[in-house]
Ligand binder design. Structure first.
Ligand SMILES: [Zn+2]
Length: 624
């Protein structure tokens, strides 16, 4: 064992970074990004920063809005060179904050040049391909410490490859060849205004005639994927109309859905005030009927313009991008957005009522049988997961749980909606809350923050009730009654031996990430078509038999593994006594594991409870 070095007395383990003040940064920072080197995945950045002699600290954004965590990719920054009056200036990284760079500006110097690269070609999804790119300014900018980031002005320019077009909420000032100059914006707006660019590009109007225009900016791996049918266009326009009817307001001057259709570019879903990043598979339009799962993405990200960007939890608002965020109210920010994402997808006709119910049944089933982790941690504690778990794969998700404030929050808001409808005899609903809470200050996009008590007061203004106790039961206590909203809205969760058409898409889709076979509610595991186990339900039959996540099922009852072979074995063992024998390969060892399970295949569905009000159907009916 190595000796442990004692902490030296007298050393101050504090970063020497000036705290942000609500004062303007003098002058405008010019930032130029050369994004033309797509073959090597290199973004080349030049900044020209007005400075005064003395100490200066430059920050690389660390806490990224929408990620809710310190996820800024500082490891991708390379080649940092600072120059003043043609001479290199030495910089030193802060020993206690790897996102901060200190430099002494000599007397007589009024402008600092910073050159560096963002090396994007890393594992886990590409930001650039030969045909398209996604450009997020927080990965490309250093900004001076000591000021609120909304008080710092940037003048951005970008250079794209030949012949490319782009979509962005940034407003163009001028264009010269492949270089676009944008109107100056605050650093907050810059970080909030990504660019999706591509060789194959299409821009479609989604709110014709509206004062605040809304566009769908699509980039694709090939031109044929840009075909949008009239019915698809109508559904996307209906999404915009239904969201505006729900909130009775908007909080943008113009809005751009940035949509990449690609099997190469990183999948994405990230909200902004006047735009959103949506990265989906290449056949989003051309394989429409086979892509029902996950179709709530655009509705989710659009809802965030109201819930998250405009109205924001007080502890999630920060003066700059290097001050830690507090995630305690993400069950409003993400949970209610997840709720409206589902509902608006149905109201717009992007989902049929049956598809909506099948999708909701899968969420409900998770909270019925697949989250024993609520025995040890409440939903509120999972708001720490963006920071604690970094959205990395988890070996035992049902027990560890992860960011349950999304879908668990969604289930809670369904219960709230049903409760308001019950209390008001159908006169009011969560729609009323949405328009009162998120719909204020029509046209403004100056963020308005709120606390837990504000949420309680707003609900009380919709329907008198002990909302504090109601929310506390769901959020702060163990084993919350997350199925309550399904029952209260007139439906119940049931299981049959046949997956819904919606769930079958997870099994049948060609794209490998979605080739997931879900035996969670029967034998207690999910696995790929190749038999690799990606989750084992804690204390489920497979778990109790000793099956581990990450292992591979090689054979079932002596037959080579295929998902149908496992299905047949589970069916054959139903009501019998013989166990299901899995031959498992793990860490180079083979082992036969008998699983004692006789309940047959189990897939979730919603079934109407006769004689009760059908709130669920009312909830997803299109607003007139
Ligand atoms: Zn979200």
């Amino acid at each position: 064992m190595l000796a442990v070095t004692p902490v030296l007395a007298g050393v101050n383990p504090q970063a020497q970074v000036p705290p942000p003040q609500d004062t303007p940064y003098p002058g405008t920072i010019a930032i130029h990004v050369d994004a033309s080197d797509t073959a090597q995945g290199i973004f080349r950045v030049h900044e020209s920063i007005p400075v005064q002699p003395g100490a200066l600290t430059l920050l690389y954004p660390k806490w990224i809005p929408g990620d809710h965590s310190p996820s800024g990719p500082i490891d991708s920054l390379a080649g940092l060179a600072l120059v003043a009056d043609g001479k290199p200036l030495a910089w030193k990284r802060d020993p206690y904050d790897v996102y901060a760079f200190h430099v002494d500006i000599p007397a007589g110097v009024s402008r600092l040049d910073a050159n560096f690269q963002h090396l994007s070609s890393r594992g886990g999804g590409f930001e650039m391909t030969g045909n398209m790119l996604m450009l997020e300014w927080n990965t490309l900018a250093l900004y001076p410490a000591g000021h609120y980031s909304r008080r710092i002005t940037f003048a951005p320019t970008i250079k794209l490859p030949d012949g490319w077009q782009f979509g962005s909420a940034l407003e163009t000032a001028s264009q010269s060849g492949n270089t676009t100059t944008f109107k100056p914006v605050t650093f907050n707006t810059l970080v909030d205004s990504p660019i999706y660019a591509g060789l194959y590009f299409k821009r479609v109007e989604l709110a014709p005639g509206a004062k605040a225009p809304v566009h769908l900016d699509v980039i694709a791996d090939a031109p044929k994927y840009l075909d949008i049918t009239p019915a698809q266009l109508l559904a996307h326009r209906a999404l915009v109309a239904q969201a505006n009817a729900l909130f009775g307001s908007h909080h943008y001057d113009h809005y751009d859905f940035l949509l990449s259709l690609s099997d190469q570019l990183a999948g994405n879903g990230l909200e902004h005030h006047q735009s959103s990043e949506n990265g989906v598979g290449v056949d989003y339009f051309t394989g429409w009927d086979d892509n029902v799962t996950g179709r709530d993405l655009l509705a989710h990200e659009y809802t965030h313009s109201w819930n998250g960007k405009f109205r924001r939890p007080a502890d999630l608002w920060t003066p700059d991008f290097n001050t830690p965020m507090g995630d305690s109210l993400l069950w409003v920010y993400e949970g209610q957005t997840q709720y409206w994402g589902f509902v608006l997808t149905a109201r717009s006709g992007m989902w049929t009522p049956q598809q909506f119910r099948d999708a909701l049944a899968m969420v409900a089933a998770n909270y019925d049988r697949n989250r024993p982790g609520f025995q040890w941690r409440p939903l509120e504690d999972t708001t720490n997961d963006p920071t604690a778990a970094h959205r990395a794969p988890l070996p035992y998700r049902s027990w560890q749980m992860s960011e349950e404030y999304y879908s668990g929050g969604q289930m809670m808001w369904l219960a709230v909606d049903a409760k308001i409808r019950e209390l008001s005899h159908g006169k009011r609903s969560l729609d009323t809350f949405a328009s009162k809470f998120f719909g204020v200050d029509n046209g403004s996009y100056v963020t308005r923050t709120y606390t837990f008590d504000d949420v309680v007061a707003a609900l009380d203004g919709v329907a008198k009730f002990d909302w504090k106790a109601f929310l506390t039961r769901y959020v702060d206590e163990l084993n919350p009654p997350l199925l309550g909203g399904v029952d209260a809205s007139g439906w119940k969760l049931v299981y049959t031996d046949e997956p819904s058409e919606y769930e079958k898409q997870y099994e049948s889709h060609d794209q490998s990430p979605r080739h997931i076979f879900n035996f969670t509610y029967s034998i207690g595991l999910t696995l790929t078509k190749d038999g690799r186990i990606n989750d084992v339900r804690w204390n489920g039959p497979a778990f109790k038999a000793g099956v581990t996540s990450g292992a591979t099922v090689v054979a079932v009852n002596g037959h080579e593994y295929k998902s149908d072979v496992l299905k047949d074995a589970i069916t054959a063992a139903k009501d019998g006594k013989a166990p299901i024998e899995l031959l498992i390969k793990n860490q180079g060892e083979y082992r036969t594991i008998p699983v004692d399970y006789h309940g047959g295949l189990q897939y979730p569905h919603l079934q109407r409870i006769a004689g009760t009000p059908d709130y669920l159907s009312q909830i997803i009916a299109a607003r007139q």
